[in-house]
Write a protein that binds this ligand. Structure first.
Ligand code: ADP
Length: 518
């Protein structure tokens, strides 16, 4: 078992010393008072250092309590010294307190009663101080090891303390070299620096301020600064604490991404201009072919034999078809080039417009087009009309034996609305479901069902421009459902009634072209 910790009890007056020892022993059972009567013994005990506190008389023939206090504190700053004296005076007390005196008890009946409590308090204070210091040290290692730097600064941005990581982030050799520097002057650009100082001057929080750091020849570094106001009476020159994160690699990736996106946009624009120019330029010679074929037929048709006329018709027919395809390509390109800025679009209104544009086809085929509640979403309303018109138009065009029955509905998902255009038409073979969205991809020859195969490609482009996706499911012979999603952004569902557009009674197969292609 360890011996009980000792208290040195220094007094020349043996009786008073003994009495104090009795009181302490009685009331502080866990410690053992050791009486010290002269300078030699004191020096020897002091050198050995086996004590936790000193209780001393001030009035000593060999030096005095203040001297003892000074000596003890210089050797063992953490050990309490309490004056237990009959000779207290204010000047001595003031001096002693400055030197770190932990308690003062005046001898007398009340003093003997109080002594143990004062010593205990002093010991407890020391223990608390030590614990706080140990806690601080733990925090220190935590902060020193962290990849994020921390700092303390004045209201003007002058750095008062910095962690090793803060030094690393700001490109300083050691944390100490940062002390006294202004945080804003460590930044390579003026604007974020001014912003930082303005916020700090107003005592406001600095949130995620990103700025390049002044570096000497190294690769450019970036820092993210957060800072918050603090008031610490113990550090009046500190008004802000904050963190510094090295975001260089993140910034580098971000720049690369932006560069790549810009590249992509450039090559996209180039491609668009190219296809636009080509289509445009091709129209003129084609126009001439069609015109001269017609002239040839008109003026010299009589002189031609049957075969020559047929060939001429092929030339004219193919040229006309090519004209159509070229104007389709132009229309496809225009989804991007002529797209209008997004505004709230009332989709029920849009669908009503699309259906109105399809009136002839609806009446011809005896189609029924029905829809339920549709939301209002951000988008390009003309393109939304085109989208619905193409899908409903196809549903009518690719009909089966029964009159077309087309149903349009919308379902709200977490981030988007999903729309469905369902028909009872001829359906699509499963292995063709992806292909049909490609440019000029169709499952029918032009003489079977009119069209060039651009409609769904345009739908896809419109939906993608709006941030959505398009796909289809089908049962061949029974019908198809075309789905597309549109992100919500500012979607709202108007409380609308169910509407219906009913076509004429006599369905007619075939030739209804959707209006967008003409
Ligand atoms: P087009 O209508 O000019 O042929 P689209 O791009 O609109 O061009 O459609 C491509 C092909 O997808 C069509 O030729 C057709 O074979 C098929 N398709 C589109 N919609 C439907 C539908 N509702 N039912 C059956 N087949 C369809």
């Amino acid at each position: 078992m360890n011996p009980a910790p000792r208290i040195l009890l220094v007094d020349e007056r043996a009786e008073e010393r003994a009495l104090a020892a009795v009181v302490l022993r009685q009331q502080l059972q866990e410690i053992e008072p050791e009486e010290v009567g002269d300078a030699v013994v004191f020096a020897e005990r002091l050198a050995r250092g086996e004590f936790v506190a000193v209780v001393t008389e001030v009035d000593l023939s060999w030096g005095g309590g203040v001297k003892i206090l000074e000596t003890v504190k210089s050797l063992y700053p953490d050990r309490p010294v309490v004056f237990f004296t009959g000779a207290g005076n204010e000047a001595v007390a003031a001096d002693a307190i400055r030197l770190g005196l932990d308690g003062l008890v005046i001898k007398g009946a009340a003093g003997y009663l109080r002594l143990a409590a004062v010593v205990r308090d002093a010991l407890e204070r020391v223990t608390r101080r030590q614990a706080a210091r140990a806690g601080e040290a733990r925090f220190r290692t935590l902060i020193d090891g962290m990849p994020v730097g921390v700092f303390a600064a004045s209201a003007e941005g002058t750095i008062r303390e910095a962690s090793p990581a803060a030094a690393r982030v700001l490109g300083a050799a050691r944390p100490e070299t940062l002390v006294g520097e202004n945080l804003a002057s460590m930044l390579a650009e003026r604007d974020p620096g001014d912003q930082l100082l303005a916020l700090m001057a107003r005592g406001e929080r600095v949130r995620n301020l990103e700025a390049p750091v002044r570096t000497s020849g190294r690769e450019p570094a970036w820092v993210r600064i957060n800072a918050w106001a603090v008031t610490d009476p113990a550090r009046p020159d500190v008004r802000f604490e904050g963190s510094l994160e090295d975001i260089t690699s993140y910034k580098r990736a971000e720049n690369q991404l932006a560069e790549r996106a810009a590249q992509l946009t450039r090559s996209n624009t180039d491609l668009q201009q190219f296809s636009y120019a080509i289509s445009h330029d091709l129209q003129e010679p084609l126009h001439l072919i069609v015109r001269y074929a017609a002239l040839l037929r008109e003026k010299h048709g009589g002189a031609m034999d049957g075969e020559a006329t047929r060939w001429l018709d092929h030339v004219a027919g193919s040229a006309t078809r090519m004209q159509q395809m070229i104007s389709d390509v132009l229309e496809y390109a225009r989804v991007e080039t002529r797209g209008r800025p997004f505004k709230p679009v009332v989709l029920e209104g849009v669908l009503a417009d699309a259906v109105a544009n399809l009136r002839a086809a609806i009446e011809e085929s005896g189609a029924r087009v029905r829809w339920g509640k549709l939301p209002t979403l951000q988008g390009d309303s003309a393109q939304m009309v085109q989208l619905f018109q193409n899908l409903v138009g196809n549903a009518i065009k690719f009909r089966g034996a029964a009159p077309p029955d087309v149903q349009i509905s919308a379902v709200e998902a977490e981030e988007a609305w999903v729309f469905a255009v369902m028909d009872n038409g001829i359906g699509i073979e499963p292995d063709q479901l992806d292909r049909i969205f490609g440019l000029f991809q169709r499952l029918h020859a032009p003489h079977e069902v009119a069209g060039t195969g651009i409609g769904l490609a345009i739908c896809k482009r419109i939906v993608e421009r709006h941030g959505g996706q398009i796909w289809a499911t089908s049962r061949p012979g029974e019908g198809s459902t075309f789905y597309f999603s549109l992100p919500k952004r500012t979607g709202e569902v108007p409380g609308s009634v169910r509407r219906e557009a009913q076509g004429g009674e006599h369905g007619q197969r075939g030739a209804a072209r959707t209006a967008h292609r003409r």
